[in-house]
Design a protein around this ligand. Sequence first.
Ligand code: 13P
Ligand code: SF4
Length: 324
Amino acid sequence: MRLPTVGATPPLSPGGLEDAILALKKERNAVILAHYYQESEIQDLADIVGDSLQLSQAAQRVDAKVIVFAGVHFMAETAKVLNPDRIVVVPDLDAGCSLADGCPAPAFARWLERYPEHKVVSYINCSAAVKAMSDLICTSSNAVKMVRSFPREQKLVFAPDQHLGRWVMQQTGRDDLVLWPGSCIVHETFSERRLLELASRHPEAEIIAHPECEATILRHAHFIGSTSALIEHAKRSPAPAFIVVTEAGILHRMAREAPGKTLIPAPPEEESCSCNLCPHMRRNTLEKLYLCLRDLAPRIELDEPLRRRALVPIQRMLELSAAP
Ligand code: 13P
Ligand code: SF4
């Protein structure tokens, strides 16, 4: 693969940065995977845009030499676990996640010692080291199915998102999941008071919410699902309007998939803040996307024994997800 020869400043071709990224992508034999929470310009350049499960499945089947992961660190790390022989690069290595960062592997290992009889189900929003301690990984689109894959008598720990865990408990009728007390900084900023005010001004709108939201929000939702499920619901539901309770980056794709529908982002508690935008996802920019393709850096690298241990519960999830 040819090494970069261009200077530090992205070149301004007639088509601008977008054209330069597309040209480099071809030259590098790269594929760009992007999450629905990314900036709209990044989503528009991506080969595949999806939720966490769809992006893991895409990472499993791509044949490009280079995977550029426009998302947060744990997503790119999952792609590397599945593709040890490919180069996996990210626009910004510091694009973390409050759920993953709030569940450090050493503390998780100590906590698990209290539950020797439990199997461990971990939300994909965690580090490879935490995945390596898990029996099964899940995403928001398959968490209910993954928990149901265990016999009822099997004791379970669910980590690291307590809100998703509580929603799964409600959906499965299991009241005994042991929850790690983590949460997403974006989804816990939504305000019940302001949501209800907004809903009373828009009685025609359905409230649709991501299961990372707190129970006080979810109890008002007409539909709860992963980012892809929310987009699909906005497309299929006959409702003319939706109050969307998740990261606002989703509105770009939702507007395209559900033209003619009114999409209203749910308000955070503080009127003046942009707390419904994930600060980690927003670290990725078009400029950084260009630079990571040019430099093939920063790369995700993993210790091989750790990668192999993390692979087991991810693969188990992908197999169970594909089963009817
Ligand atoms: P999904 O796209 O899988 O619903 O996950 C949302 C999320 O928080 C990604 O960080
Ligand atoms: Fe993590 Fe929340 Fe950002 Fe998703 S929105 S990446 S869960 S901090």
